[in-house]
Design a protein around this ligand. Structure first.
Ligand SMILES: Cc1cc2nc3c(=O)[nH]c(=O)nc-3n(C[C@H](O)[C@H](O)[C@H](O)COP(=O)(O)OP(=O)(O)OC[C@H]3O[C@@H](n4cnc5c(N)ncnc54)[C@H](O)[C@@H]3O)c2cc1C
Length: 391
């Protein structure tokens, strides 16, 4: 089949690779004019996200990620409140993207292709046209166009990501720039500090060029902070050039008064080891936290995948895992049915269930930490994963 994948990030790339390996003629169309850069910094690396790289491309997990051995909760005075042995894998968005891209032929990865419109999804072939004037006909179109998906907005009128009430401040510091005390505390753990209406997590990730050796890594933080909708958010999301953003503000573009407030708050309220990371971060950035459950992921000869479909909050570190799991499930469905529409029906059944349970779990975690104050260190429900612990 001729398959077009719209959106060339982790979800789109994984889908294209899986479907290409099934023998289909697959092309990716990405709106960015150049290869994507350092989006989202660190990620908790779940098996679904690394599955293509380890199982098909035969890369070593230690070459693409770092392992930590404990989950730790720090008290305000820097002492350890709670610690459990639990291995996690961390990587960076950049490392995973570059490795997946290296598996894809450049001839089938088309940059500078912003989807503008498409023909009736119920009539095959579906024609997709791009802002640059090109168009393509396909037997199946996979929309992997992310959180602000144009395809989702058009196929499901009225579907709009729901603001959670908080944003994630993010940043990272080279490990060799932090004190030996902070390195000792943070270097081998996923470290949390949970306090009134907020929580922050810190973990090591590969260096800017994917280095995984101790000393060359980065220490990454994700800090969830509440901002009211309206003026509070509007001011935060107005970048240094006065542009009003809606989903995120990249490194270097957050207004100086907000960076100053965030760093002062870190010194006043966070354990010293963690506030050191925040203070030493040169270009913090932020991502608004949304979620959205949609009723269906398949529409005629097209489907939604990853964040363009069901959108979950990041507390289970499962966003890329969900996108990759959708990709594998789409491959399985196409391989085990005889028509595209039958396959997409099957895909919708399994993946809607995966997406909906993740939204429910992460909404619960967010509510407990940011609003209810009922987060208990050591609770198994807080363990990262695409599915609930033990499911
Ligand atoms: C604070 C925060 C922390 C997170 N932490 C983690 C974590 O630890 N682990 C994890 O797995 N996930 C994490 N995530 C989630 C993760 O970043 C996303 O779930 C993941 O990137 C989704 O991948 P995707 O390919 O579906 O969409 P995206 O990565 O958003 O990619 C969409 C692509 O489509 C392209 N595009 C958009 N519109 C068009 C168009 N019209 N035409 C052509 N191309 C288009 C975009 O340029 C982009 O490249 C986190 C998210 C947030 C907000």
């Amino acid at each position: 089949m001729r398959i077009s994948v719209v959106g060339g990030s982790i979800g789109g790339l994984t889908a294209a690779l899986v479907l290409r390996n099934l023998g289909h003629d697959v092309n990716i169309y990405e709106r960015s004019p150049h290869e994507l850069m350092q989006r989202g910094a660190g990620i908790g690396l779940l098996p679904e996200t690394s599955r293509y790289l380890t199982d098909v491309a035969r890369m070593k997990i230690d070459d693409i990620s770092i392992s930590t051995s404990t989950i730790k909760y720090l008290a305000r005075d820097n002492s350890t409140l709670h610690e459990t042995n639990h291995e996690y894998r961390f990587s960076s968005w950049n490392t995973v993207y570059r490795k997946l891209l290296s598996c894809m032929s450049k001839d089938n990865y088309h940059l500078g292709h912003e989807m503008a419109e498409w023909s009736d999804v119920n009539v095959s072939p579906v024609s997709v046209s791009f802002a640059n004037g090109n168009s393509v006909e396909s037997d199946l179109v996979v929309f992997a166009d992310g959180v602000n998906s144009m395809a989702r907005a058009s196929l499901i009128p009225g579907s709009k990501p729901r603001y959670s009430g908080y944003v994630a401040w993010r940043g990272m510091v080279p490990e060799n720039e932090i004190s030996s005390e902070a390195r000792e505390i943070l270097g081998d753990s996923l470290t949390y500090h949970v306090y009134a209406n907020s929580h922050i997590l810190v973990y090591p990730i590969p260096g800017f060029d994917g280095e995984v050796a101790p000393g060359k890594r980065l220490i990454n933080f994700v800090w969830y902070r509440n901002y009211a909708s309206g003026g509070d958010m509007e001011d935060l999301l107005t970048d240094i050039n006065g542009e009003q953003r809606d989903v995120s503000i990249p490194p270097g573009a957050v207004a100086a008064h907000h960076v100053a407030e965030m760093k002062a708050h870190a010194v006043a309220r966070l354990p010293k080891a963690i506030s050191e990371i925040v203070s030493k971060t040169t270009d913090p950035f932020l991502q608004v936290v949304f979620d959205l459950a949609i009723p269906s992921m398949n529409f005629g000869y097209t489907c939604l995948l990853g964040d363009s479909a069901n959108l979950a909050r990041p507390h289970a570190a499962a966003g890329t895992a969900k996108a990759a799991d959708d990709a594998w499930a789409l491959g399985d469905a196409l391989a085990s049915t005889s028509t595209v529409c039958e396959a997409l029906e099957k895909y919708n059944q399994t993946q809607s269930a995966v997406g909906h349970q993740l939204i429910q779990r992460t909404e619960d975690i967010g509510r407990r930490s940011q609003f209810d104050g009922t987060w208990v260190p050591g609770d198994r429900d807080l363990i990262f994963g695409l599915k609930a612990p033990g499911a």
